[in-house]
Design a protein around this ligand. Structure first.
Ligand code: N01
Length: 862
C-alpha cells in the first residue's frame, strides 16, 4: 500500500449477493477499481445461504430479476412463477459467469473492521485473514436478512441431536426420513419448509409463537397474462416497476374496502386469493394497511380460509393470526402449509398457550409437556436490516462506530448514507424501501445512485461526501411519519426490530413506496446534493437541508392537485370559487357519525336570517356548547362547509357544536362577518338550553377566517360586558393584515392557501383603511382579559407566523394562551378528516382543548 498513490481500490464492498454483483459490473463500466469480500464460497448472497427445503422467492421471478442486461432478460427463462432457491442461485451464477464477476470477488473472506482515515480521506479495511486494504468508498452490500437471530431459547445448546437453521442449511441437504422432528418458527422460512420436511419426517411437531397470515402461491409456469403484460415492452414494464409503490407494476387501488358491498369484497378477495400474489389481496383496496377496521375485513377473510382448510377446529383456530393486522408482519406465500396440519403425523403446539420452558438434551419442554426429537429445526429469523451492518466494526469520523451511533435505532440519510461515516454506503439500508419492495428494483436503484454520486462528486472536484445531521434527522422523521400513518408499527415484527430482545423498537424500512423514494433521491441529486457536505483538497461545499418536510399523506394530495392543473382560485370570481369549493366538498370523506344533526337559522346582526348547523353527540345531554365559525376567507363557505371537522370535534369533545354562518364578502364586506359573529354568540348563549346544550359560557372556535371571526368576537364580547366565553380555539386563524412575516414568503405558493389567494380574500373583504382595525386584524386590538386560547398553527401555512404572533401577544397581555404548532402540515390539514391520517393529532389537540376549557369553567362554576 502506498498512500502517495492513493487507496488500493476505488471501492471495497462486502457481500456478493445481487447488490455486490451489480455493483462490480457498474463500477467496471465506469472504469473504477472494485473488490468485493464475500464470506461464502460463491455468489448469490441470501440465495447462497438459505438452502432450506422449499426456499423460494415470494415476488414473481420475472420481476425479481436483474433489469440492467437486456440480453440476459432474453436468454434466461424462469421455469416457474416463483423460482426455487437452486434456480435463483443458478441465475446468480450464470450472471457471474457471463460478466466474469468472480475475478473481483474474494470468496471465503469476511470483513471484520472498517475504519475511516480522515487525514487520508480513505477507508482502511481489515479482513478475517488479517489483510488490510484501503479504498476511497466503502459499500455494505450485506442484505437485509442475512444475520441470523441469536437463539433466545433457554437450553439452546443442550440438545444432543442435530440442529438446523433454515438460514444456514447444509449444502448437501438433510434427509429427515424416519425421523421425529421439532420445528420452531412459523415465519416465511418455516411456512415454506414445513410442508416439504413433513413429507419426509415420521413425525413433526411445529412450535408456533405467532400465527402468520399466509396465502397459497399457486405456483406453476409463469402465467400467460403475465407474459402478455411484458411481451414486446419489457423496458417499459421495468420502468413502471421503478416508479411503482412496491417495485412491481400494479394499478394503485382507488376504493376503500367500505365503498364495496360485502359481496363485492368477497369476490375481490377470492380473486386475490386465487391469484397467488402478495400484492393481490393487500393491494385490493386503498385502506387495508391504514385503517384497522378495513384491515380486519381482509384479516377475517384469511382466517376463514384457514378455518376452511384445517380440519381440526382447535388447530385451525390456533393457526389464525389475531394479534397483528394482516400484512404488518411480512405475509407469506405458501405451498400447502395449512394443509400440512391435516396430516396425521403433524401436530401444532401453540406457544401462546403452552410456552417453551427449555430445550433439553432429548428435545423440547414446554410448560406442560416434554417432547423428544431426533432433530430440531430453527426457523427463528434474522436480526433484520441492521444486524449485518453493525456486525462489522465500522468506525467513522472521530472513531464513533456504527453500532454506537445506532444504539437507539438506525439513523441514515435516504437509507443509504450515514452522517459521521464519509463515503460510506449501505445498499438497501434501514430507511429505504428495501424489504417492503421488490428487492431487485431497490438494489439496482441504490447501486446506480452510488455510482452516479461518485461520478458527480469527482466531476465537481471533491473526493468525500457525507450527509449532514439536519438531512439525516429530517429523513428519519419522514421515515417515521410515513410509518405512522400505516398500521405497521402496531405489530411486533422484525420490521420494528421487535423480534430481537433488546433491539430498539423503531420502524426500519421506508414505507413511502419505491417510486416516491426514487423521486426523493433524484431530487437530492437535482438540487445539488441537498443534505450533503462534499469535501476535497480544494475546499468543501455544504448544501444543508431536508428533502421531505411535508407530511406524506398531505404531500400526496398536494401532488395530485398540482397534477390536476387547476386554475388558481384567485383567478375565479366569487361565485365560481364558491361552486368549486362546493363541488370539492362533495368528494371528501364525510367524517364520523354524530348523534344528531339539526339545521336552523338565527338572526344575524342586521336582522337577516343566517343558517346554523348543530352537531349533537351520541351521548346523554345536556352537552357543553361550542360555537364554531367556518373558514373560507370571509368569501366562501357556509354553516355546513366544515362538516367533517365539526363532526369529528363533536365526537371527540362530546360537545354540542353549533356551526353558525355569517354574511360573506364581497356582498357584505367588513365588518359584517364579525358583527354576525357577535350576534351568533348572543343568540347561542341565550338559546343554549333550548338547543339541548348546557347553559353558561360557550367555547368559541373557528378555522382560518372563522378563527378571525372567533378571535374578534372574543374581544367584542369582552368590550360589551358579555356574553361570557369559556375559551377560544383558533385554528390557523387570520389575525393580521400584515404580509411581511416570513411564513408569507416561505409558504407563498404550493400549500393550498397561497399569498395570492389571501390577497384576493382581503380585497373582497376589507378596504385597505379598514384592515388595521382590530375587528379585522385582532392582533392589533387590546388583548387583556380575553378568554384562554389555543391557537393551532401549521408549518406550511402563510398564516403560521401571525398565529404564533397572536399567541405571543395574548400572553404579553396576560392571557392564558398556548400555541399548538404542527410540523409538516398545511392550512387545510385540520379539516382533512378521513383524508390526512397524519392530521388526527391536530384534531385530538383541538378536542382536548375544547374539553378542558369547558371543564375549567365547570370547576369555576362549582
Ligand atoms: O423469520 P421470521 P423468517 N421462540 O422472523 C419465531 C424473508 N424471507 O426466516 O413471530 C419461539 O419471519 C417467530 O415467532 P414470533 C421474508 O421477508 C422470504 O421466517 O417472533 N418462536 C417467527 O414465527 C421474511 O419475513 C422468503 O412470535 C420464535 C419465526 O420464528 C424474512 O425473510 C423466505 C422464537 C421467525 O420468523 C424472515 O423470515 C424466507 C423463540 N424464541 C424468508 N424466536 C421468501 O419467500 C423466533 N421465533 C422470499
Amino acid at each position: 500500500m502506498n498512500e502517495q498513490r492513493g487507496p488500493d481500490h476505488d471501492v471495497v464492498a462486502v457481500g456478493a449477493g445481487f447488490a455486490g454483483m451489480y455493483l462490480i459490473h457498474r463500477l467496471r463500466q465506469l472504469g473504477r477499481n472494485v473488490v468485493v469480500f464475500e464470506a461464502g464460497d460463491d455468489v448469490g448472497g441470501t440465495w447462497y445461504w438459505n438452502r432450506y427445503p422449499g426456499a423460494r422467492c415470494d415476488i414473481q421471478s420475472v420481476d425479481y430479476s436483474y433489469s440492467w442486461d437486456p440480453e440476459l432478460e432474453e436468454e434466461w427463462t424462469w421455469s416457474e412463477r416463483y423460482a426455487t432457491q437452486p434456480e435463483i442461485l443458478r441465475y446468480a451464477q450464470h450472471v457471474a459467469d457471463k460478466h466474469d464477476l468472480r475475478r473481483d470477488i474474494r470468496f471465503g473472506t469476511s470483513v471484520e473492521q472498517a475504519t475511516w482515515d480522515e487525514d487520508a480521506s480513505l477507508w482502511r479495511i481489515r479482513t478475517d485473514g488479517g489483510d488490510e486494504v484501503t479504498c476511497r468508498y466503502y459499500v455494505m452490500a450485506t442484505g437485509c436478512l442475512s444475520m441470523p437471530k441469536t437463539l433466545d431459547i433457554a437450553g439452546a445448546e443442550s440438545f444432543d441431536g442435530p440442529t438446523y437453521f433454515t438460514s444456514r442449511w447444509p449444502h448437501e441437504g438433510v434427509d429427515f426420513t424416519g425421523m421425529k422432528i421439532g420445528v420452531i418458527g412459523t415465519g416465511s422460512s418455516g411456512i415454506q419448509s414445513i410442508p416439504i420436511m413433513a413429507q419426509q419426517a415420521e413425525e413433526m411437531v411445529v412450535f408456533q409463537r405467532t400465527p402468520n397470515f399466509s396465502m397459497p402461491a399457486h405456483n406453476g409456469p409463469v402465467r400467460p397474462e403475465k407474459i402478455e403484460t411484458i411481451a414486446g415492452r419489457r423496458a417499459e414494464y421495468r420502468e413502471e416497476a421503478r416508479w411503482s409503490r412496491g417495485g412491481v407494476p400494479l394499478p394503485p387501488p382507488e376504493l376503500s374496502v367500505f365503498q364495496a358491498t360485502p359481496e363485492e369484497r368477497e369476490e375481490t378477495f377470492e380473486a386475490g386469493w386465487a391469484q397467488g400474489e402478495l400484492f393481490s389481496l393487500f393491494n385490493a383496496y386503498n385502506d387495508l394497511l391504514i385503517n384497522p377496521a378495513a384491515n380486519e375485513v381482509v384479516s377475517e377473510f384469511i382466517r376463514n380460509k384457514i378455518r376452511s382448510i384445517v380440519e381440526d377446529p382447535v388447530t385451525a383456530e390456533a393457526l389464525c393470526p389475531t394479534n397483528h393486522p394482516a400484512a404488518t408482519k411480512r405475509p407469506c406465500l405458501d405451498s400447502g402449509y395449512f394443509e400440512t396440519f391435516n396430516l396425521p403425523h403433524v401436530s401444532l403446539v401453540d406457544l401462546r398457550a403452552d410456552p417453551i420452558s427449555s430445550i433439553t438434551s432429548a428435545g423440547i419442554d414446554t410448560a406442560s409437556r416434554s417432547f423428544e426429537f431426533d432433530a430440531i429445526v430453527f426457523a427463528t429469523g434474522f436480526d433484520a436490516m441492521t444486524g449485518a451492518l453493525v456486525a462489522v466494526d465500522i468506525a467513522g469520523r472521530d472513531g464513533v462506530t456504527l453500532k454506537e451511533k445506532w444504539e437507539d435505532g438506525p439513523k441514515t440519510y435516504l437509507g443509504l448514507t450515514v452522517e459521521g461515516f464519509p463515503n460510506f454506503f449501505a445498499i438497501t439500508g434501514p430507511g429505504s424501501p428495501s424489504v417492503l419492495s421488490n428487492m431487485m428494483v431497490s438494489i439496482e436503484q441504490h447501486v446506480e445512485l452510488i455510482c452516479d454520486s461518485i461520478v458527480d462528486l469527482e466531476a465537481d472536484g471533491f473526493e468525500v461526501m457525507e450527509p449532514t445531521r439536519t438531512a439525516e434527522d429530517g429523513w428519519i422523521t419522514h421515515v417515521n411519519d410515513c410509518a405512522d400513518i400505516t398500521l405497521y408499527p402496531r405489530a411486533n415484527s422484525w420490521y420494528m426490530g421487535a423480534n430481537v430482545p433488546g433491539k430498539p423498537r423503531v420502524f426500519l424500512p421506508y414505507v413511502g413506496g419505491v417510486g416516491p423514494y426514487r423521486a426523493a433521491c433524484d431530487e437530492v441529486r437535482q438540487r445539488g446534493y441537498l443534505g450533503f457536505e462534499r469535501r476535497g483538497p480544494n475546499g468543501s461545499a455544504c448544501n444543508d437541508g431536508v428533502i421531505r418536510r411535508v407530511q406524506p399523506d398531505v404531500a400526496m394530495v398536494l401532488e395530485m392537485m398540482a397534477e390536476m392543473g387547476l386554475p388558481p382560485m384567485e383567478s375565479l370570481n366569487p361565485d365560481e370559487a364558491r361552486a368549486f369549493v362546493a363541488a370539492s366538498a362533495e368528494a371528501r370523506p364525510p367524517g364520523p357519525e354524530v348523534g344528531e344533526i339539526v339545521d336552523g337559522t338565527y338572526p344575524g346582526a342586521d336582522g337577516s336570517s343566517l343558517e346554523y348547523r348543530l352537531y349533537r353527540p351520541d351521548s346523554p345531554g345536556p352537552h357543553p356548547v361550542v360555537l364554531y365559525f367556518h373558514g373560507g376567507g370571509w368569501v366562501l363557505g357556509s354553516a355546513e362547509s366544515d362538516d367533517p371537522l365539526c363532526r369529528d370535534l363533536c365526537v371527540q369533545s362530546d360537545a354540542l357544536i353549533v356551526s353558525c354562518n355569517y354574511r360573506h364578502a364581497p356582498e357584505a364586506r367588513f365588518p359584517a362577518a364579525v358583527d354576525d359573529g357577535f350576534a351568533a354568540l348572543q343568540w347561542v348563549t341565550e338559546n343554549a338550553e333550548a338547543l339541548g346544550g348546557r347553559p353558561g359560557p360557550v367555547v368559541l372556535a373557528g378555522w382560518s377566517a372563522g378563527g378571525n371571526v372567533a378571535a374578534v368576537t372574543c374581544q367584542t364580547a369582552r368590550d360589551a360586558g358579555g356574553p361570557a366565553i369559556a375559551g377560544q380555539v383558533l385554528i390557523t386563524p387570520v389575525t393580521d393584515c400584515d404580509f411581511t412575516r416570513p411564513s408569507y414568503s416561505e409558504n407563498a405558493q404550493g400549500y393550498v392557501l397561497t399569498r395570492g389567494l389571501m390577497d384576493w380574500f382581503w380585497d373582497h373583504y376589507a378596504d385597505a383603511a379598514d384592515r388595521t382595525d382590530p375587528r379585522a386584524s385582532p392582533i392589533r386590538g387590546d388583548l387583556a382579559d380575553l378568554p384562554p386560547a389555543l391557537v393551532v398553527t401549521c408549518e406550511f401555512d402563510p398564516l403560521r407566523d401571525e398565529g404564533s404572533a397572536y399567541v405571543d401577544a395574548l400572553r404579553a397581555a396576560g392571557v392564558d394562551a398556548r400555541e399548538a404548532a404542527f410540523r409538516g402540515h398545511v392550512h387545510t390539514s385540520a379539516g382533512g378528516v378521513g383524508m390526512f391520517i397524519s392530521s388526527a393529532p391536530i384534531r385530538q389537540e383541538i378536542a382536548s382543548a375544547l374539553r378542558s376549557f369547558v371543564s375549567a369553567q365547570e370547576v369555576v362554576a362549582d
